[in-house]
Ligand binder design. Structure first.
Ligand SMILES: Nc1ncnc2c1ncn2[C@@H]1O[C@H](COP(=O)(O)OP(=O)(O)OP(=O)(O)O)[C@@H](O)[C@H]1O
Length: 248
C-alpha cells in the first residue's frame, strides 16, 4: 500500500532519517518502535507531507506522494493523529468533528452532490463518536474530557476523512492499562473494517499485542523488521531499545 524507499532527511547537521526503506502492507497493523529521537515522528511527518525528504521517494497505492502537500495526501487516503492532542478545547466533542467533516465535504469532489446537508453531517459525527465510545459525551466541552477520551476523539477526527491508511503517533501516551486496552480495541475493530494502521508506540505490551509486523528505528535508520516474536528476539533491538531484561 505504501512504499518508503531510501528516504533521508536532515535538520541542519542532524540526520533524522537515513536511507529508510520499508513498506506498509494493505490490511496490516504495523508497529514502529525505537528509542527517543530515533526519527519515528519525523517518519510520519514525511509520509503525511509535513516535511519533504531530502532523499528518497514515498509511493502510496502506486502514486508518488513525496512532494505532495498534506491536504492532497489526506484526500488520497492517509490520515494521522499527533503525539500531542490538538483539539478545539472550548468546543464540545461533536463540534470538533463537525468542523473536520464540514471542511472535508466542502472542499471535496462530493460537495456538489452532498450540498449543505447538516443532518447527514451531524449523523456521521455521532456515528464516529459512537465508534470511539464517546457518543454520550458528544456535547461535553473537550476541556472537560479526560485525556484518554481526548485521545479517542483525536482518532475519531482522523477517521472523519475516511482514511485507507491511519497513522497513530503514540495513541496511548499517558494512559493507564485499562484506557490503553480501549485504544487497542478501537485499533482491532479498525483492522476488521479494512483500515490499514501504522502505530508509533513505546508501550511494548501494547505494540506486541496489536501489531502484525514491527519496524524498529534507531538513530534515523531501520535496524530491524519482522513479526513481534522476531523483534523481541532480535539481538540488535534488545541492545538498542528493549534492554537485556526484556521479557515477552
Ligand atoms: N523540525 C525539526 N527541526 C529540527 N530537528 C528536528 C525537527 N523534527 C525532529 N527533529 C529532530 O530529529 C530527531 C528525531 O526526532 P523525532 O521526533 O522524529 O524522534 P522520535 O523517534 O519520534 O522520538 P520520541 O519517541 O521522543 O517521540 C530528533 O533529534 C529531533 O530533535
Amino acid at each position: 500500500m505504501l512504499k518508503v524507499e531510501g528516504v533521508g532527511i536532515r535538520f541542519g547537521g542532524l540526520i533524522a532519517l537515513n536511507n529508510v526503506t520499508f513498506e506498509i502492507r494493505k490490511g496490516e497493523v504495523l508497529g514502529i518502535i525505537g528509542p527517543n529521537g530515533a526519527g519515528k515522528t519525523t517518519l510520519f511527518n514525511v509520509i503525511s507531507g509535513l516535511y519533504k525528504p531530502d532523499e528518497g521517494v514515498i509511493i502510496f497505492e502506486g502514486k508518488n506522494i513525496t512532494t505532495m502537500p498534506p491536504h492532497k495526501i489526506v484526500r488520497l487516503g492517509i490520515s494521522r493523529t499527533f503525539q500531542t492532542v490538538s483539539l478545539y478545547f472550548n468546543l464540545p466533542a461533536i463540534g470538533n468533528l463537525l468542523i473536520t467533516l464540514t471542511a472535508w465535504y466542502r472542499s471535496g469532489v462530493l460537495s456538489a452532490l452532498r450540498e449543505e446537508n447538516g443532518d447527514e453531517t451531524f449523523k456521521e459525527a455521532m456515528e464516529l463518536l459512537n465508534f470511539v465510545g464517546l457518543d454520550e459525551k458528544a456535547f461535553t466541552p473537550v476541556k472537560n474530557l479526560p485525556q484518554e477520551a481526548q485521545r479517542r476523539l483525536s482518532i475519531a477526527i482522523a477517521l472523519a476523512t475516511k482514511p485507507k491508511l491511519l497513522l497513530l503517533d503514540e495513541p496511548t501516551a499517558g494512559l493507564n492499562l485499562e484506557e490503553t486496552d480501549r485504544i487497542l480495541e478501537i485499533i482491532r475493530t479498525l483492522k476488521e473494517r479494512g483500515v490499514t494502521v501504522a502505530i508509533i508506540e513505546h508501550k511494548m505490551r501494547f505494540i506486541m499485542g496489536v501489531s502484525d509486523r514491527i519496524v524498529v528505528l534507531d538513530s534515523g535508520e531501520i535496524i530491524a523488521e519482522g513479526s513481534p516474536k522476531e523483534i523481541v528476539e532480535n539481538e540488535r533491538v534488545i541492545k538498542a531499545y528493549l534492554g537485556e531484561s526484556y521479557v515477552v
